[in-house]
Design a protein around this ligand. Structure first.
Ligand SMILES: [Zn+2]
Length: 99
């Protein structure tokens, strides 16, 4: 084994959803499959998708509100408002607190 092999670090782990590299402390490991990990943003995205599919199966007031918020979110993304310099960062910060 060469000196380079002993000092080289293993590559940073990848998110299995978006494929980006992250530090281990920025990833969530799956319970039964600890080899699979997702980043916090993808975990939030997957949670929203799961709740959205559940809302489609059962109609509730909370589900209707979430569906409305999702519609507004999709409209903002379609119009690239989330990329605007000041408004975009405000919208992204607000989105972290929305269901
Ligand atoms: Zn990810």
């Amino acid at each position: 084994m060469s000196v380079a092999d002993e000092t080289s670090q293993p590559p940073a782990p990848l998110c299995w959803c978006c494929g980006n590299q992250f530090e281990e402390h920025d990833l969530l490991r799956l319970g039964s499959h600890p080899e699979a990990a997702v980043c916090f943003n993808c975990a939030r995205f997957l949670h929203r998708r799961a709740v959205g599919q559940e809302d489609q199966r059962r109609t509730t007031l909370a589900g209707r509100i979430r569906t409305g918020i999702t519609g507004v979110r999709e409209w903002i993304i379609a119009h690239n408002w989330h990329r605007l310099p000041l408004l975009g960062s405000l919208l992204q910060r607000l989105d972290r607190h929305l269901p």
